[in-house]
Design a protein around this ligand. Structure first.
Ligand code: DMJ
Length: 547
């Protein structure tokens, strides 16, 4: 047994004994072993010195991104913008009816859970009452800013604004996804800047834009998907040499707006080059493969064609960019858009055999039709209607109405009244029902796309049926996704008794879904004027500009 006195005995070894034993050990080493130890020790010291030097360099680089000259520039430009650019500071009056009030309550419940358990982090995990981080940028706060402002939730808006002023650090030493940060953070900052006129947001937007710019340093100009905001080094995703087509083509509204605010063409030049490159690539009647290589600037051969994941917002931004720059007739963006929608009608549009639901499927390897539609595709009816309002052909209007109805069916056919992530359709009598869901696809992430489409349909047509459809879905979200400390995505829309909460509140629930619900239920269809503003793909507003 080890007793106290033994311990004391061990400790009475004095320093000199220890030193002598070290010396003895050293002397017992061969010449080779001694040399090896010396090399390892000195090598280690040199390596540490080098790493510290590198870090200093990166830090200096990082600080240079936003110089005091820029701050002066921001100040001087602010006056010009208010005077010359007619960017509006939009007043919002808060909810005017019970449905809007119900959405505000949902937003408050989401915000309170986030504030209590996850403030400053990217996402709330409402069931375990903790948080998760993706990019370390306080994503929920930034995605929520304009929603809080539009809903006139002043107290919560001020909490969010204070965090941006005091705690938002954009030089995070982490690889972030160019697309996600552009649509959520850059888009969020630009939107709240345009709505509130508050200078702090455009200062932050400029810094972020600069930190994202190294993404474009590829041989082709097609951006790398990932960039480190601190070291400002960019690279392709770790899992593949390719970027997603929708990602590299869904950053243009935001970077162009940044250029227009600061009268600095650098950002717009970079994203225009991307659009022009993609315009020149061979396509299938306007339809694009979902992967593109940043080094070669070419699409990956035999990749899938889809209006869902990795393809969706390429088509959305063709139309919206054209609207942003003032609807120039015969511009390549709108010509590509028209050709693509014709391509959708020709290759991807199908009708189920019994109930005649029209849907948009996919071409696997660019050729084999698959009767599968992501919920993400349900943005398309709204975009088609927006295009039709701006002069696109009647065939777009017809497809918009057909798809809106099918997307609605993907909700109401489920016992929870909530749509799954992916729906399959009956192709010539292969399945018992015309619409069905596979076990792995039955989750619902509280995505916005269908509510977004309902919003466009209501605002453009004035038909209140779309509000009723939306309210039915809102009630289902209340019933199946509201938990004590927020809202959560769920794993199964087919089992109302056990939807298996996923313990995750996505930022787009606050940034998009609740915002579109609120605007859908508005008595004032012009709460956001669609002739003056465009929603980016994350529901952040960007002003229309004269070219
Ligand atoms: C959001 O980040 C954006 O709407 C994006 O375009 C698609 N995915 C999510 C919402 O579903």
């Amino acid at each position: 047994m080890f007793e106290n006195k033994d311990y004391i005995a061990v400790n009475v070894f004095d320093d000199s004994v220890r030193k002598r034993s070290l010396k003895r050990q050293w002397n017992q080493l061969s010449r080779f072993q001694k040399n090896l130890v010396v090399v390892v020790v000195f090598g280690g010291i040199l390596l540490c010195g080098f790493l510290m030097y590198q870090r200093q360099l990166l830090k200096a680089n990082s600080l240079d991104v936003f110089s005091s000259t820029d701050e002066e520039h921001v100040k001087s430009i602010k006056t010009n913008i208010v005077d010359n650019d007619k960017i509006q500071i939009v007043p919002f009056k808060g909810p005017t009816n019970e449905r809007q009030q119900a959405v505000v309550n949902a937003m408050r419940h989401s915000w309170t859970g986030y504030k209590t358990f996850a403030f400053g982090h990217d996402n709330l995990k409402p069931i375990s009452q903790t948080y998760s981080d993706w990019f370390n940028l306080g994503l929920t706060i930034i995605d929520s800013l304009d929603t809080l402002y539009i809903m006139d939730m002043q107290e919560e808006y001020q909490e969010a604004k204070k965090w941006v002023e005091e705690s938002l650090k954009l030089d995070v030493n982490r690889d972030v996804n160019l697309f996600e940060v552009t649509i959520r953070v850059l888009g969020g900052l630009l939107s709240i800047y345009h709505l509130s006129g508050d200078e702090i947001y455009m200062t932050k937007a400029l810094e972020l834009g600069k930190r994202l710019m190294p993404s474009f340093d590829s041989t082709s100009g097609i951006p790398y998907s990932d960039v480190n905001l601190f070291s400002m080094q960019a690279h392709a995703p770790k899992w593949s040499p390719d970027s997603s087509t929708s990602e590299v083509t869904t950053i243009q509204l935001e970077f162009r707006d940044l250029s227009r605010i600061f009268n600095d063409p650098t950002f717009e030049n970079a994203i225009t080059r991307v659009s022009e490159k993609v315009h020149e690539l061979p396509k299938t009647d306007g339809l694009v493969p979902i992967f593109i290589n940043a080094n070669t600037g070419s699409f990956r051969s035999f990749s899938t064609i889809s209006l869902g994941a990795r393809g969706d917002s390429y088509y959305e931004y063709l139309l919206k960019q054209w609207l942003q720059v003032g609807k120039i007739p015969e511009h390549y963006l709108i010509e590509d858009y028209k050709e693509a929608i014709n391509g959708v009608i020709k290759h991807l549009r199908r009708k189920t055999p019994n109930e005649h639901h029209v849907y948009v499927g996919e071409l696997i390897s660019g050729k084999d039709f698959k009767p599968k539609m992501d919920h993400l595709t349900c943005y398309l009816p709204g975009t088609l209607l927006l295009g039709h309002k701006n002069g696109m052909p009647q065939s777009h209007f017809t497809l918009a109405n057909e798809l809106l109805e099918t997307c609605y069916q993907t909700y109401i056919k489920q016992p929870t009244g909530l749509a799954p992530e992916i729906t399959y359709f009956n192709l010539e009598g292969e399945s018992a029902t015309d619409i069905y869901v596979k076990a792995n696809d039955a989750h619902n992430l509280q995505r916005p796309e269908f509510i977004e489409s309902l919003y466009y349909f209501y605002v453009i047509t004035g038909n209140k049926t779309y509000q009723d459809m939306g309210y039915k879905i809102f009630e289902s979200f209340e019933k199946y996704t509201r938990v004590s400390h927020g809202y959560t995505s769920i794993s199964n829309v087919k089992t109302p008794n056990n939807v298996r909460p996923k313990d995750m509140m996505e930022t787009f629930w606050l940034g998009e879904t609740l915002k579109y619900f609120y605007l859908l239920f508005s008595d004032d269809r012009n709460e956001i004027d669609l002739d003056k503003f465009i929603f980016n793909t994350e529901a952040h507003v960007i002003p229309v500009r004269e070219n």
